[in-house]
Design a protein around this ligand. Sequence first.
Ligand SMILES: Nc1ncnc2c1ncn2[C@@H]1O[C@H](COP(=O)(O)OP(=O)(O)OP(=O)(O)O)[C@@H](O)[C@H]1O
Length: 409
Amino acid sequence: MTSEDKGVDVPAQRSAGSGAEVKDAASREVLLKVTGLQKHFPLKKGMLQRSAGAVKAVDGIDFEVHSGETLGVVGESGCGKSTMGRLITRLLEPTAGKIEFEGRDITHLGVGAMRPMRRDMQMIFQDPYSSLNPRHTIGTIVGAPFKLQGVTPEGGVKKEVQRLLEVVGLNPEHYNRYPHEFSGGQRQRIGIARALALNPRLVVADEPVSALDVSIQAQVVNLLDDLQTELGLTYVIIAHDLSVVRHVSDRIAVMYLGKIVELADRESLYKAPMHPYTKALLSAVPIPDPKRRSAKSERILLKGDVPSPISPPSGCRFHTRCWKATEICKTQEPPLVALKTGHQVACHHPENAPDQAPGETVTAAAREAIEIVKVQKPEADEVRKPEAEETAADDGATSSDTPEDSPKE
Ligand SMILES: Nc1ncnc2c1ncn2[C@@H]1O[C@H](COP(=O)(O)OP(=O)(O)OP(=O)(O)O)[C@@H](O)[C@H]1O
């Protein structure tokens, strides 16, 4: 990462004060509150388009996001993370539940009523290749939110767009260039500049780095982190594995088949995960400590695929893949409850906490549910925060580089 990224100059935007202040987010006001949120996509079949059930993509989730914090949301592909992100930014209409933003119920606001709210909540998308219109210059792309909202920033749109490009570490002189002239990392910076244009309060980033090269991932994650400190942003960052959100999240929600199965402070979740699913996900995360990196460790391989969200398993949805499952797990859905301060889990037999259904016998299927493998943890495939700045190849996104002299990844 470059020094330009670090010392972002943001005079016209909301300032958060010190980073420490920002990271003490749990004590801050609740910016977003989600209660019983559901999204069921109806399935139709035949010529008559008869109803044939529904994909229960998000199936009753509750959480809060505090002003200035980062909530990481993780889970395997198809567990409903993107749908959740699109619901909270109101790009999708919920089937049930409630979404409150700054205390206001926005669950069913129409397009017109949502327009002014859009300034306050923005989304960054996964694919920096398809999320930018190839026929528009980056000036037009980053300036689009001003046009859509009918807002003229002080000094005019061009000046503000150039300032935003600088804020995200791009050369403001590249205002008239097209997306194809930029590398993946640079395009994601363009997406970030566009998201920041209207000085939002909440930014939902849906897998913001998963389409990027590993060395570039660290730079973009660091940029998001720096921007949060500078601008007082609140983030919901969606990722499919825990290594991406590890350094930037204050709290982490783990999703499985449309449900939140664990929600905890980062420290608590990494040190003592309670849900067996989280434990399995964590066992796949590379060890960040360089001294321990060559250490052998155990990886929990979950056998079997994620069941279909059209007809999820009864009781605890994870019971078909869990090595601790008992009869109660098959029949009773465990509620998401706080078993420790700041640590909620939905499990009858949690790890690192008293068993909620002691005396139950593990089912025969559970004994076959996983495979434990000894692995030498790889060194390279992780998002490292400080080291990445020293070692990662620059993605050419500095204000002094040009797209020509910085080859695309
Ligand atoms: N518009 C839609 N119509 C029908 N089903 C949908 C729709 N959008 C998503 N789904 C389904 O909802 C479920 C959750 O999808 P979602 O994209 O939210 O998961 P995800 O955790 O973000 O996965 P990924 O990491 O692969 O994007 C999946 O089974 C998906 O196929």
